[in-house]
Design a protein around this ligand. Structure first.
Ligand SMILES: Cc1cc2nc3c(=O)[nH]c(=O)nc-3n(C[C@H](O)[C@H](O)[C@H](O)COP(=O)(O)OP(=O)(O)OC[C@H]3O[C@@H](n4cnc5c(N)ncnc54)[C@H](O)[C@@H]3O)c2cc1C
Length: 406
């Protein structure tokens, strides 16, 4: 019998592992949270995800994070769709139409790094969370009663941690998923995405804080982030055959930016990175006492900002199931419902929507482009259609659909 029979072992202090740990701890469920990074390098991670949709803001508020994040982010009620080919704004959607649906009729632009920084502070302060930083999870075993996780701490020691369940919030390279030989079904895009960070105020050219820009030759995304210094991220597709060193050369970055917005003056480039985009969903989210959540269970393109958001939704859904088990209000079959609900959302919403988003931005056929743009325009101009559109993109529809799954 494990020494801590009812404790839940969570691997990974990313947004998913931390949200799950906080929600559990706040409901009096004990957690052991294991994270490979230590205090010395936790904040050295790249900022990554950052658009937090209204449904996610409600969840971040539930665990006490929203108030900490709002001052560190940018409230962005409006999202723009642009046609770069014709240099025109196609449609502007204002989340204000969701004012009767949510307390947060806007997205909050606030990067992953700020979320995990604030969440880690809350986790450190919570007596129900045993936080094991600088500790690498290596493998696990499960029995009818519980789980044991083998970890190695930076202090050098190997150790066995015991608990009732193990949750992989390890991200896309989840060892738990690999250990269980769960297939990660889907595909990887040939073209990688180039992300350039620029200190330049694009609003003076009519852009909103969030912009999706379609172009058959070179689609793009443009997002504003709070500094100091304030920065904008511009995403571009890249030639699959080009070398990274060629794509990220300072002259190449300037040339791309000048093609995008010819200012005639060099842009102040703060950084850049190139990343590979996968669209994959794990065949199973649960095997006995081991459960996958967030990027460990599903990955997708960032167009539409759904990866971290849907991972946080996994975390809250799963937390409620564990809380119900701990309070003896449900038996462990509710964990299968977690899988049914969240796997459905991953496939029918996150994958479908992000794949559609990329197709919309990169569409080559002029007639299809025109039809798509006309539809976007008509949708944005009609408040009821705009509300339905935003209920879908802001992830409320996925939550309602999941609720209806038995
Ligand atoms: C450039 C970019 C932009 C993005 N933009 C958005 C966006 O706007 N909106 C959005 O919703 N999503 C976005 N995403 C996706 C988003 O970053 C991820 O979906 C999200 O971070 C997943 O969270 P997670 O907690 O599941 O995993 P991660 O954030 O990957 O965290 C995993 C944690 O586990 C730890 N870990 C891993 N292995 C081990 C181990 N063996 N032992 C101990 N600890 C371990 C890691 O150190 C890390 O702290 C973006 C991604 C990229 C690359």
């Amino acid at each position: 019998m494990p020494a801590n029979p009812d404790r839940i072992i969570v691997i990974g202090a990313g947004p998913v592992g931390l949200t799950l740990s906080l929600a559990l701890a706040q409901a009096d469920v004990k957690v052991c949270l294991v994270e490979a990074l230590g205090d010395d390098n936790f904040l050295e991670q790249v900022p990554r995800a950052g658009t937090n949709h209204p449904a996610t803001l409600e969840m971040l508020d539930r665990v006490g994070l929203y108030q900490k994040l709002e001052p560190r982010g940018i409230i962005a009620p409006v999202v723009h769709y642009w046609d770069r080919h014709d240099g025109k704004l196609i449609a502007a959607f204002d989340h204000g139409v969701l004012k009767d649906d949510t307390r947060f009729p806007y997205v909050l632009q606030c990067e992953r790094i700020k979320i995990v920084e604030e969440a880690l502070q809350l986790a450190k302060a919570h007596p129900n969370i045993e936080l094991r930083l600088a500790t690498e999870f290596v493998s696990f075993a499960q029995s009818a009663d519980g789980v044991t996780a083998r970890v190695i701490s930076s202090a050098g020691g190997e150790e066995i941690i015991e608990g009732r369940y193990i949750v992989s919030g390890e991200g896309a390279r989840s060892l738990v998923r690999k250990d269980l030989a769960i297939e990660f079904e889907g595909f990887t895009y040939e073209d990688r995405t180039l992300n350039i960070e620029v200190a330049y105020d694009f609003r003076k050219h009519g852009y909103a804080e969030r912009n999706y820009i379609s172009d058959p030759a070179e689609w793009s995304n443009l997002f504003h982030w709070k500094g100091p210094p304030d920065r904008w991220r511009v995403h571009f597709p890249t030639d699959p055959k080009a070398e990274e060193s060629e794509l990220t050369r300072p002259e190449a970055l300037q040339a791309r930016l000048q093609r995008f917005l010819p200012t005639g003056k060099p842009f102040d480039v703060l950084g850049c990175n190139l990343y590979t985009v996968h669209q994959r969903v794990a065949r199973k989210f649960r095997v006995g006492r081991a459960i996958l959540a967030g990027d460990a269970a599903h990955v997708n393109s960032p167009i539409g900002a759904m990866g971290m958001n849907s991972g946080i939704h996994d975390a809250i859904n799963l937390a409620d199931k564990f809380i119900a088990i701990a309070r003896r209000e449900a038996d462990e079959t509710v964990l299968d419902r977690y899988e049914r609900q969240r796997r459905h959302v991953a496939i029918a919403h996150t994958q479908a929507q992000t794949i559609r988003n990329k197709r919309l931005l990169a569409e080559q056929d002029p007639q299809v482009r025109r039809r798509n743009h006309d539809e976007l325009r008509r949708t944005a101009e009609n408040p009821e259609l705009a509300r339905k559109f935003l209920l879908r993109t802001a992830l409320f529809e996925s939550l309602r659909e999941a609720d209806a799954i038995a």
